[in-house]
Write a protein that binds this ligand. Sequence first.
Ligand SMILES: O=C(CO)COP(=O)(O)O
Length: 140
Amino acid sequence: MNIALIAHDNKKDELVRFAIAYKEIIEEHTLFATGTTGLRIMEATGLSIQRFQSGPLGGDQEIGAMIAKNTMDMVFFFRDPLTAQPHEPDVTALVRLCDVYSIPLATNIGTAEVLIKGLERGDLAWRDIIHQEQGEGNDK
Ligand SMILES: O=C(CO)COP(=O)(O)O
């Protein structure tokens, strides 16, 4: 599966701890992240992550482009609901695209815990069917 990891600044520590806690599960997958989030997680876990631009510089849109191509399977986006973001339209667009393509999206750690356990259990196997139909092979 292709998995995106994104966190606003006030939520980065939480996402880093989440990635450490569930490293054994997520390292089985192909990981993508916005710039700073990806760097923080790589430094803390040693995981290999394909990093896009930082969120305010277009990283959310780059991940959104993968969703629009239906090549992103799960998104962990720990949003900060208490701080205005300069790129709020990009944030909204990313969440919207997850709904357009029915992509599982966790915007907080409570939902993330449930999603990661579903991922471990194989609940996302239906995404493999979509990849097979698309004939694309860039996920594990
Ligand atoms: O702003 C972000 C998501 O909207 C995250 O970007 P960074 O990971 O580069 O901080």
